[in-house]
Design a protein around this ligand. Structure first.
Ligand code: HEC
Length: 134
């Protein structure tokens, strides 16, 4: 491309054109960000925040422990109700997941900040977060 072409626009004209091009690129990038993938993510986050176990005792345990991270986008935790994320985890088998919930895994603290949870509670909470139980 011949930027210095003699019949091209004068520098005074070229600058606004460059500005317009940059603006168009930025708008394009913003539009891309607002596209399907991030709105899917927003929908997942909204759903995660709204979900709660139907069982009152489980709901209480969940609200006071797991929910602190498993509905937070930046926590690195698989989101409550994000079946795809949980399917990948469930391949390890539920007992392995219960073991990691109790023993901890990277950013997942041992016990998941739940001092009252039994092994059965962890299994039920995991199935709930994975979207496998109401
Ligand atoms: C302080 C934040 C935090 C809390 C509270 C928390 N988690 Fe997690 N959890 C995480 C993070 C981060 C991960 C992802 C860990 C990784 O894979 O590196 C995770 C992953 C998991 C996994 C997947 C483990 C695996 O083997 O893939 C299970 C199961 C789990 N959490 C269960 C629970 C349960 C049940 C509770 C509530 C009792 C809970 N978590 C509370 C942060 C948290």
């Amino acid at each position: 491309m011949h930027v210095q072409h003699p019949s091209g626009p004068t520098p005074a004209v070229r600058v606004p054109i460059a500005g317009l091009l940059l603006a168009a690129i930025l708008i394009g990038a913003l539009a891309a960000c607002g596209g399907a993938p991030s709105s899917d993510r927003a929908a997942l986050l909204a759903r995660a925040a709204a979900l709660s176990p139907a069982d009152a005792r489980l709901a209480d345990l969940y609200q006071h422990a797991c929910k602190a991270c498993h509905v937070v986008a930046t926590s690195g935790a698989p989101l409550t109700g994000d079946r795809d994320a949980w399917q990948a985890r469930l391949k390890k088998g539920l007992p392995a997941l219960v073991g990691n919930a109790i023993g901890g895994l990277n950013g997942m603290p041992a016990g998941g900040q739940c001092v009252r949870c039994t092994a059965a509670d962890y299994a039920a909470l995991i199935r709930f977060m994975a979207g496998e139980a109401p």
